[in-house]
Design a protein. Structure first.
Length: 99
């Protein structure tokens, strides 16, 4: 179960990083936005394992840490994701021109 939740988080995180990079720091507003950058991913399956805050404010997300990050969360216990979270935050900072 932890592996499935990690994999779902990983797919959501990777798609979000790709979206942020492709759309210059914007935050995805739906699963369809993520499908636009990762059309072969099974986001129906991902949605069963993670909570995704499509209304998250990227200007607030850039100020979060892996410990306070809430925009994408596994629904159940998961392997360690701190490095993936930090990578996403760093990508947002880079594209939103925040040091």
């Amino acid at each position: 179960m932890a592996e499935e939740n990690f994999q779902a988080f990983f797919h959501a995180q990777q798609a979000t990083v790709a979206y942020v990079e492709q759309y210059d720091g914007r935050w995805p507003r739906s699963w369809d936005h993520l499908r636009a950058v990762r059309p072969k991913a099974d986001f129906d399956w991902v949605a069963e394992h993670v909570s995704f805050d499509f209304a998250a404010d990227p200007d607030e997300v850039v100020d979060q840490t892996p410990e306070t990050f809430t925009a994408i969360e596994p629904d159940r216990p998961c392997f360690r994701i701190d490095d993936l979270v930090q990578s996403l935050i760093d990508t947002l900072r880079k594209h939103r021109k925040i040091d």
